[in-house]
Each structure stands twice: as C-alpha cells, then as structure tokens.
Design a protein around this ligand. Structure first.
Ligand code: HEC
Ligand code: HEC
Ligand code: HEC
Length: 462
C-alpha cells in the first residue's frame, strides 16, 4: 500500500520535473526568438530602383570633400540641433573626438570618436554605415549600440538629413584618439542583451506625416522627437533605462547627475500646452523668457544646440509642443527620490516655516522679493513657480547649493545668475528655506528633510 503511494509520488515528481523542463526550454526558446527578432530589427534602405546608382554611392559622393557648401552648412545646422558635439566631446578636448564620460545607473558610458580619422574615428565609414547607426542603432560591424546613444530618437532622421550630417562630420579635422571601453556593471556590459532590449523598446522608422496636422506641426514633431531628442531627458524610465518612446514627455530624473527634467505635459509641471508660442520659442532660443530661465543640463542644451534654431524651426517646435495633451500627473520614475519624504505634523510644519522664513529674509529676499514675486526678466518669481512645487527636489536643491546659471546666448548675452549657498547654509538650513519657499505665498508642497539635501553636495556637476 505505502509502496504504491511511494511509486505514485515518484511518478508524479517525474511528471512535474518533465513539465518544468518543457516549460523552461519553451521559455528559453521564446526568449531566444524575441532576442533574434530584436537583433535583426531594423530597416534596410531600399527605395531606389535597380538602375539608378545605389544610394550609398550617392551618400559617399555627398560625403566626399567635394560636398557642396550648401550641404555642409545644412549638415552643420542639423548636427547642432541634434547636439552631437555635446556628447562626443570632453571638456577641453578636440571637437567630436569622444571620450566624454556619461554617468548612468548601469555604469559609465564613454563616447566614441566620430571625427574622420580612419583608425580611431569614423573615417572608414560609408554614408550607409552612418545611416545604419542613426536609424537602426548599429555600429560599423553591425554590433548593437547602447541606447545611451539616442538612436531611439535619431531613427526618425531622414536619409537626406543623415547624409548631410555625415558630410559635415567628414569635413571636420580628423583627430587621432583611441576609443575607451565603457565601464558598465554585469550584465549591462554584455552587448548581446541589447537584442532583448530592442525587441521590447525600439521601433525603428521615420515618423509618418500626419495629414490632419499642419506642415509646421509635422516639422515640429520631426525636430522635437527626432533631431533634438527632448524625450531622451524629459521622460521617466524603467529599470532597464527604457521610456515609452520618442513622444514620452512624462518627466524624469537624470541618472548619475541628479537633475530632474520636468514633465513637459503634466499639469503640475511644465504643461507646455498653456505656454504662448513666443514664450516657448524664446526660452528655447535664448534660455530665458518673461518668467523663467534654464539651468543645469538644459542650459547646456540651449547653449550648444537650441540657441542656433532658426526662428521658423523654433516656432515649429513650439507649435508641436503646445499641441501635446496635458496629463494629470508626471509618471513615477525608477530613480524617483521623493519616496522617502518625511511626514511632519502641523505644529512641526509651522515651526519649519518660521525658521525657513528667517533664513529667506536674511539670504534671499533682496533678489526674490518679500512675497516671492521676483523681478520680471531678472530674478525669477518663487511664488507660483512650478519648479518649486514638483515632487522632485533635485533642481531647487541643486540651484540653492551650486547656484543657478543660465547660458550666455545671442538673445541673452549677460544672464543674471544666482550665487551658490553651499558654503553658507547647512543641510538643515537648506531644507528649512526650501520648505518655506515651497509653502509660502500660496505655494503648496511637502516638507523637506536635511537628509535629502546632503547627497546633492557631492553630486557630479555635469
Ligand atoms: C546623449 C549623448 C549622445 C548624443 C547626443 C549623440 N551621441 Fe553618438 N554615441 C553616444 C554613445 C554613448 C555612443 C556609444 C554607443 C555604444 O558604444 O554602443 C555613441 C555612438 C555613436 C556612433 C557609433 C560610433 C562607433 O564607433 O561605433 C556614431 C556614428 C555616433 N554616435 C554619431 C552621433 C551623431 C552623428 C550624433 C548627432 C546626430 C550623436 N552621435 C549624438 C552618445 C551620444
Ligand atoms: C540633456 C537633457 C535635456 C534635453 C536633451 C532637453 N532638456 Fe529640457 N530640461 C532638462 C533639465 C534637467 C531641465 C530642468 C532645469 C531647468 O529648469 O532649466 C529642463 C528644463 C526644461 C524646460 C523648463 C525651463 C524652465 O525652468 O522654465 C523646458 C521648457 C524644456 N526643458 C524643454 C525642452 C525641450 C523642448 C527639449 C527638446 C528640444 C529639451 N528640453 C531637451 C534637460 C534636458
Ligand atoms: C543675488 C540675487 C539672488 C539671491 C541672493 C538669491 N537668488 Fe535665487 N535666483 C537668482 C537668479 C538670478 C536666479 C535665476 C538663475 C538662472 O537663471 O539660472 C535664481 C533662481 C532661483 C531658483 C530657481 C527658480 C526656477 O524657476 O528654477 C530658486 C529655487 C532660488 N533661486 C532660490 C533662492 C533661495 C532659496 C535663495 C536664498 C537662500 C536665493 N535664491 C537667493 C538670484 C538670487
């Protein structure tokens, strides 16, 4: 009897084992299939008839030293708006020679040399190879590239524009500078893993023209989602560093450098649908407008890239951005640091407000005003300022500690700046004055603890 039960048990165990083995093998097969799909994912450029010369040849001719000035000028403009130089140049290093370290939650990416040097740069690349990098996120040998290179956005760039950028880059001085390996943690240092990532998160292809929208709107979408890659910073990301695509403007913490790129659409953040076209174009081109100014990484973007926008392109971007439907809330971010926010009682809050007001009167009132009203075009108003009332504290803490500097641009040659207070205020004092300005004059937001301030003292500045 007990023997029979034993026998039944072992045969059941065997069945379970067999079933699990089949399940695991099928799951593995499925994973391999998905990865294979991701690996092969990409467009082949093939819209030319057989008897015309192949487009890559045309591209190579374009890319030769004889490329017309008009194309080189166009390439120079497009590469500025795409901000290629910012990532591919180190501080004080040769333009486009790479070597810039990009901090991320996976480790450090070190950008490659994209000057026309034949050994260490992209001097041996064809226009086809180049388009394949921008459009499909692949290197010259077909290897999968990391999405730290924003090909999720650049995939929208047209072939003609990619060729012009290539021609421009090939016309720049060749610089001999060996590429360095990325310093990434396992398993992120395995390029093969990118096959799965691509299958899940990458949709190659140009944007379809939306006939229901104006030509200007379509141009704006092309610039915002493609070349200018706004979503590369202004979106929340999951633990694999993926957002919801080139039109994800949900707001996100920037890994490693502790700045927050606010949501462009959430009602309590930037909500660009409520901005006037003039204010928006002005902010993008000059870095400042009637009520605000750009700081930190956005100041870099305006300085190196957006200030060169033609008026027409800036207006097109504003047109597209203003048409985005507002959303209730910014999406929660994987790196959201608001999670451990302290809860305080009413009495504690009153005490914090009193202590914070004392600091404000001593340190801030001269510029920002008795009622946080600021001074139009000089000192930003803190009353009603959305960047103070967001969940993320990154930007206001950063600015109070390290100061606020908008970029020098043609339209704003002598920007006003905010002095750094790191040497003069303790973590507790920063937390108190921030709690005060987040809750005075009708503002409303949570209290801030000293422990939240401290990590920003040592955060890297770019
Ligand atoms: C946000 C930073 C960033 C921007 C902006 C950026 N790149 Fe890159 N790029 C990278 C990183 C990081 C890599 C390395 C990717 C890898 O190793 O998988 C890279 C790789 C490349 C490669 C592949 C080079 C090679 O040797 O395999 C090319 C080509 C390239 N970028 C061109 C450009 C061009 C052209 C632009 C502008 C249109 C641009 N990049 C803008 C970060 C950037
Ligand atoms: C390299 C990352 C990065 C890119 C690319 C980027 N931004 Fe930003 N942006 C930020 C950060 C960080 C802030 C917050 C600092 C600040 O307020 O200036 C910001 C702030 C802003 C602001 C608010 C400025 C203010 O304080 O009123 C606007 C509007 C904006 N970005 C629009 C854009 C648009 C449109 C694009 C694409 C053309 C873009 N950004 C591309 C990082 C970026
Ligand atoms: C000397 C004048 C001056 C003083 C003093 C000063 N600020 Fe500022 N503040 C500025 C200017 C100018 C800016 C805009 C900086 C920029 O454009 O980059 C600014 C920006 C800010 C911002 C960012 C606003 C935004 O829209 O992003 C905050 C927050 C802020 N100040 C808080 C403070 C606090 C708190 C104090 C006192 C501890 C203080 N400021 C003292 C001049 C000042």
């Amino acid at each position: 009897m007990s023997h029979a039960i034993e026998k039944n048990k072992t045969s059941l165990a065997k069945k379970v084992l067999k079933f699990s083995a089949i399940l695991i093998v099928s799951l593995l097969l499925l994973l391999i299939l998905i990865a294979l799909y991701g690996y092969r994912l990409g467009d082949v450029y093939s819209d030319l008839s057989k008897d015309t010369p192949s487009h890559s040849k045309v591209g190579e001719q374009v890319a030769s030293r004889h490329a017309s000035n008009a194309i080189l000028e166009r390439g120079a403009y497009l590469s500025k708006i795409a901000d290629c130089m910012a990532c591919h140049t180190t501080r004080g290093g040769a333009a486009f020679a790479g070597g810039r370290v990009m901090e991320s939650e996976f480790g450090q990416f070190i950008t490659p040399n994209i000057t026309p040097d034949k050994q260490t740069g992209i001097g041996n690349w064809t226009a086809e190879d180049f388009w394949n990098a921008l459009h499909n996120g692949r290197g010259k040998q077909g290897q999968l590239l990391y999405p730290a290179f924003p090909f999720v956005n650049y995939t929208h760039i047209s072939r003609a524009d990619a060729d012009a950028i290539f021609a421009y880059l090939q016309s720049q001085p060749a610089v001999v500078q060996q590429n360095l390996e990325h310093r990434l943690a396992f398993p992120y240092n395995q390029r093969a893993g990118l096959a799965l990532w691509r299958a899940l998160y990458f949709k190659p292809g140009e944007l379809a023209y939306q006939p229901a929208q104006s030509q200007e709107w379509n141009r704006g979408a092309y610039l915002v989602r493609g070349l200018a890659h706004c979503s590369a910073c202004h979106s929340s990301r999951n633990q694999f560093g993926a957002n919801k695509g080139s039109d994800d403007f949900s707001g996100g913490e920037m890994a490693g450098i502790r700045w927050y790129a606010p949501s462009l659409v959430a009602k309590h953040e930037l909500n660009l649908s409520t901005w006037s076209s003039a204010d928006l174009s002005q902010l993008l081109q000059h870095g400042v407008n009637r009520q605000s100014s750009v700081n930190g990484p956005m100041a870099e973007v305006v300085k190196a890239s957006l200030q060169y926008l033609t008026d027409q392109d800036a207006a097109a971007m504003a047109n597209y951005l203003r048409s985005l439907p507002p959303q209730e809330k910014a999406a929660p971010d994987f790196l959201d640091r608001a999670i451990a926010r302290p809860t305080v009682s009413k009495e504690q809050m009153l005490q914090m407000m009193e202590a914070g007001e004392t600091i404000y009167r001593a340190q801030c009132i001269d510029c920002h005003g008795k009622n946080g009203e600021g001074q139009a075009g000089i000192y930003p108003a803190l009353k009603g300022n959305p960047s103070l009332q967001m969940e993320s504290l990154s930007n206001p803490i950063r600015i109070i500690l390290a100061g606020g500097f908008s970029p020098v641009t043609k339209g704003n040659p002598r920007p006003y700046s905010m002095p750094p207070f790191a040497p003069f205020l303790t973590d507790t004092e920063v937390a108190l004055v921030l709690t005060y300005i987040r809750n005075a004059w009708g503002n409303q937001a949570s209290a801030v603890g000293a422990a939240e301030v401290n990590p920003y003292r040592t955060a890297s500045l770019d």
